[in-house]
Design a protein around this ligand. Structure first.
Ligand code: NAD
Length: 393
């Protein structure tokens, strides 16, 4: 086992989430040797402003750095496939942001390459790593809710509410043909799959684009930026602002999900409820330390995250004592603790989402798009390849 403090990493992308990756790695003691941006100048400026590690001259220069054992890919979606492939070809472990690729053809190829390489591969489904969600995973697995029957909830945001709101995610060639569903719905669908231990088998989806023309700034825009540019051009929008999706999971579980990036006042609200035959549970990402447990014949419970109260899975993911709020950034630390455990051992491990999970989510998203186009229920098309059966749950 290599000590975690001797493992070297680099982060590709220095936007909203690239910075969160760097900070989580530093908290774990990983040596982050550098960052890669769209240009050396832009990355160097971000490094300087935010105290990030130095900017590499280029992506190729990062690949050539033998100190780097693991590369994190946090660039816009259209770059994930080529960059993840290049990282694996360079013999480095890889952590890739979601969505893993632009199509299941690409994600399937990445999965195959990753499995053949013997390297550690992970997809950044960080929401699994709230200690409360890890607790729910354990609770469901041990039958604490009885037989799971119904999963419902939403993932709502408001940062694309106005026609003056702009981001690369609105451009299909940069973000993909699906927008809200691939960007945030994928988190909800991955999370509920993880929590229930059951994959989504069929979907019935309705997509809506309310803002059909947006004002695109002529200069670059950071994700979640709220300033409005003076100079803009009109652009037609073809990706969805909202989606309503009915789901069927393995074992007959039914689900209903609402996804939106145009819901006023909802900044980043992921809510799920899981109803079982004896009890239920519910969680809201905007109050992440609280977990609701519902009962029929006795008072309901509201658990405040506390390692002394959570089960073993929840306790493992918690960093702080109860009452000392944990949040979004902490989930990255929990996820990378699991991933870097495998890196330290020098081979893929378990307990974290892999390219198999990233590929499966691409298959589900493609089923959503197909269902919306055909206005009918469609099955998630999975081949019987063993790699896909090995996804982590
Ligand atoms: N897991 C999560 O919770 C979460 C949250 C936000 C974003 N994401 C994912 O992370 C990725 C980035 O999203 P973001 O919100 O940080 O976007 P962003 O626009 O804020 O940042 C993207 C970064 O990529 C850089 N970049 C562009 N071209 C590049 C290139 N050729 N090489 C290297 N870097 C390049 C940009 O300069 C920018 O720094 C997306 O895939 C998104 O889906 C995940």
């Amino acid at each position: 086992m290599k000590p975690i403090t001797e493992i070297g990493a680099a982060v590709v992308g220095t936007g909203f989430i690239g910075v969160v990756h760097v900070e989580a790695l530093r908290r774990l003691g990983v040596q982050v040797h550098g960052v890669v941006g769209s240009s050396r100048e832009r990355a160097a400026a971000r490094s300087n402003d935010l105290g990030l590690p130095p900017a590499y001259e280029s992506f190729q220069a990062m690949l050539a750095d033998t100190r780097v054992d693991v590369a994190h890919i946090t660039s816009p979606n259209f770059l994930h496939y080529e960059q993840a492939k290049a990282v694996l070809a360079a013999g480095k472990h890889v952590v890739c942001e979601k969505p893993l690729a632009m199509s299941s053809r690409q994600s399937g190829e990445l999965l195959e390459l990753a499995e053949r390489s013997g390297l550690v591969h992970a997809v950044n489904f960080n929401i699994r790593f709230y200690p409360t969600n890890q607790h729910v995973h354990g609770l469901v697995a041990e039958g604490g809710l009885g037989e799971v029957r119904l999963v419902s909830g939403h993932y709502l945001q408001d940062w694309l509410l106005l026609d003056t709101d702009w981001n690369w995610r609105l451009e299909p060639e940069l973000g993909g043909d699906l927008r809200a569903v691939a960007d945030i719905g994928s988190h909800w669908m991955d999370l509920t799959t993880f929590l229930t231990g059951r994959r989504i088998t069929a979907v019935m989806a309705d997509l809506a684009t309310f803002i059909k023309t947006r004002r695109q700034p002529t200069g670059p825009v950071e994700t979640f930026a709220t300033d409005h540019a003076a100079k803009t051009v009109a652009r037609e929008i073809h990706t969805e602002d909202c989606a309503t999706i009915l789901l069927r999971y393995e074992g007959g579980i039914r689900g209903a999900l609402t996804v939106s990036q145009v819901s006023p006042g909802r900044k980043n609200s992921l809510i799920f409820e899981i109803d079982g035959s004896s009890s239920a549970t519910g969680w809201n990402s905007e109050r992440p330390d609280e977990l609701w447990i519902g009962h029929r014949g006795r008072p309901n419970e509201l658990i405040l995250r506390d390692p002394a109260i959570l089960n073993a899975e929840g306790r493992k993911a918690a960093s702080l004592p109860g009452g000392h709020a944990e949040g979004f950034a902490d989930t990255f630390k929990g996820l990378y603790a699991a991933v870097y455990g495998a890196v330290a051992a020098g081979r893929p491990g378990d307990g974290y989402p892999t390219f198999a999970d990233g590929h499966d989510e691409m298959l589900v998203c493609e089923a959503v798009a197909r269902s919306a186009n055909e206005a009918q229920w469609v099955e998630v098309e999975r081949s019987a390849k063993p790699a896909e059966a090995r996804r982590t749950r």
